[in-house]
Design a binder for this molecule. Structure first.
Ligand SMILES: C[S@@+](CC[C@H](N)C(=O)[O-])C[C@H]1O[C@@H](n2cnc3c(N)ncnc32)[C@H](O)[C@@H]1O
Length: 286
């Protein structure tokens, strides 16, 4: 099985044991539009399966992923979570709502920074780590520039996996409408977010998305001879090939904690045969 299915299957008892806590924390974060409970559990299982000593979160927002990775760190003594975001929603809204449930000491594995990712030098964070899980959930070309030109060369020296959010696999939605329906072509996420009534989503091979970074991610993966892996496609295939595993998951975990469709993709330069290549930064940052 590939990582998404293997993780969920192997960690299903932990997910079940922690499901009450995961559900209560998700309700306290109260922002399921950014991450459903099933998505929480999907990434929770991946973190526990991958056993990183360092989790880097790019894009905290209301803090769904921040919270679930911090909970995962409690299951992996020594694992630290470093979270970078421009938004102050975590400090202003989410942390105060979590505090009565968790207590102050619960936040110990987590360090949060209110900062532009482009201004962060990740060298001293990444070099001492051994296994790194990077969540890439801050959108756009500016962050993509920083990740691909600065963070990826550092990650390449380590065991790592990069999780990318906000992409659907249109092979799994054969009946999705293909008509433009009177909308313009997609011209980047800014035009989409400004007027999604008039602007289409974009479809690139199997990817259905609105966020810009998937264009340079696809290009980066091609140049480095690695796959951008669809978590949902792999999960669907692995569950079809292993119906007994699916039955065990469905029997042993709450139904709101599992979904085959979780709308994320992932990649790792550890799969590249080399030679590796990285873009030069177009930004004046770091
Ligand atoms: C979709 S939200 C993250 C959601 C979060 N991962 C969760 O699970 O709830 C994306 C966040 O990325 C942040 N962001 C975008 N560009 C950024 C940048 N250059 N530096 C830091 N944060 C950035 C935005 O402020 C926003 O809060």
């Amino acid at each position: 099985m590939h990582l998404p299915a293997r993780a969920y299957y192997n960690q299903r008892h932990v997910v079940n044991e922690d499901s009450g806590t995961l559900r209560a924390l998700a309700q306290a974060v109260a922002w399921p539009t950014d991450l459903s409970l099933a998505q929480w559990c999907s990434w929770y299982s991946v973190a526990l399966e991958f056993q990183p000593d360092l989790i880097i979160e790019l894009g905290r927002g209301m803090g769904n992923s921040t919270t679930l990775f911090t909970l995962a760190a409690h299951r992996m003594p020594g694992t630290k979570v470093f979270s970078f975001c421009l938004s102050d929603q975590w400090d202003r809204l989410t942390r105060p709502r979590l505090l009565p449930l968790t207590g102050e000491a619960w936040f110990a594995p987590l360090s949060t920074y209110l900062i532009d990712i482009c201004e962060v030098d990740f060298t001293h964070l990444i070099l001492p780590a051994k296994r790194i899980l990077l969540l890439w959930d801050a959108h756009g070309y500016v962050v993509a520039d920083r990740v691909l030109s600065h963070i990826m060369p550092l990650l390449a020296q380590k065991e790592h996996v990069v999780i990318c959010h906000d992409v659907s696999d249109n092979r799994l939605y054969p009946d999705a409408p293909r008509q433009y329906g009177g909308k313009t072509i997609w011209r980047g996420m800014d035009s989409y977010y400004a007027d999604s009534d008039r602007t289409s989503r974009t479809n690139l091979f199997w990817l259905n998305t609105v966020v810009d970074q998937f264009v340079p991610i696809l290009d980066f993966c091609w140049r480095n001879r690695i796959d951008l892996r669809s978590a949902d496609w792999e999960m669907k295939g692995d569950m079809a090939d292993n119906p007994l595993a699916l039955a065990e998951i469905e029997r042993e975990t709450p139904s709101d904690c599992f979904s085959v469709m979780n709308h994320w993709a992932y990649f790792s330069l550890n799969e590249s045969p080399g030679p590796l290549t990285f873009p030069t930064s177009a930004m004046r940052c770091g």
